[in-house]
Unconditional design. Sequence first.
Length: 94
Amino acid sequence: MYKKHLIKTIAAKTGITQKQVKDVLDTLEEEYKTALREADVGTQINLLGLGNIKVYESTARTVYSPIAKREIQCNATKRFRLKPSKKLIKDINS
């Protein structure tokens, strides 16, 4: 589902304008980005009934680049995983 389709669907179901829905979704997106950016490793962020995002850190490592034909150092970075809620899994599978 694309954001445009989601905006139209929510606006039709709630009776508010598409611009208001878009503003709410943009704000929600920014808040989640900020929370993930500022989160410490091991933090969990709840996604309103969809599940939890857990922040972890990938280790720095050396990889071989077949194009450059040399080893390249990759820095440690923050990553995240989504663990879907039990309710979401149940709803999808029923």
